[in-house]
Design a protein around this ligand. Structure first.
Ligand SMILES: C[S@@+](CC[C@H](N)C(=O)[O-])C[C@H]1O[C@@H](n2cnc3c(N)ncnc32)[C@H](O)[C@@H]1O
Length: 204
């Protein structure tokens, strides 16, 4: 749990408020995008673990009018202009994929260019346990990405570092031509989170 005093000191939190983003996490995606160029104008983007909606706001700005953003979270996401949202559990992978396909159909789109996942488990404070839950969630995100992405599509996924990290990284590496790990400056210093970026999906 972050102390209020830390929040006040947190410059990304302050900037997020000033710039109208719903979360400080928005800056993490901006930094990932700056370095790896994952989202293009006109893209169809699926944002997993999207509430309250900071990443979806950034994604919508990047894809512009012709692009589509579909957001999924266990929690309700307050309406965002130009973003379609689904209340659902990403560990119910088949159900989530079908719900996303229905949204794609109603938007007259047939493939997904980018899958993002900033999904986090509820933190217990036990680093190993939290890592394992994050590993399981990230695996679901990878399975959903594999079901939906077009050939050469891109993937960004958060995972907490720990014993299964290398196994997960290897799983992404098998499916994408270029794989990198990145800790944006906007991630808190004490955080175990790292983002794995997979570019150019080989396809099924
Ligand atoms: C760090 S927050 C995401 C912040 C978001 N990227 C933003 O910029 O506003 C992590 C989210 O993962 C969601 N989450 C956790 N487990 C989930 C699951 N099984 N299915 C869907 N969402 C999940 C949580 O509800 C939470 O909203």
């Amino acid at each position: 749990m972050v102390k209020r005093a830390d929040l006040k000191r947190d410059r990304f939190y302050k900037r997020a408020k000033e710039e109208g983003f719903r979360s400080r996490s928005a800056f993490k995606l901006l930094q990932i995008e700056d370095k790896y160029d994952v989202i293009k104008e006109g893209d169809v983007v699926v944002d997993l673990g999207a509430a309250p909606g900071g990443w979806s706001q950034v994604a919508k700005e990047l894809v512009g009018e012709k692009g589509v953003v579909i957001s999924v979270d266990l929690q309700h996401i307050k309406k965002l202009e130009g973003v379609e949202s689904i209340k659902g559990d990403i560990t119910s992978e088949e159900e989530t994929v079908s719900a996303i396909r229905e949204k794609l159909f109603s938007e007259r789109k047939d493939s997904v260019d980018v899958v993002l996942s900033d999904v986090s488990p509820k933190l217990s404070g036990n680093r190993d346990y939290d890592h394992f839950c994050s590993f399981e969630l990230s695996k679901s995100a990878l399975n959903i990405a594999s079901a939906l992405l077009r050939k050469n599509g891109n993937f960004v996924v958060k995972i907490f570092q720990g014993a299964y990290y290398n196994k997960f990284y290897g799983g992404v590496k098998e499916k994408f031509r270029h794989t990198r790990a990145y800790s944006p400056e906007a991630s808190r210093k004490r955080s175990a989170e790292v983002f794995v970026i997979g570019k150019e999906y080989y396809g099924e």
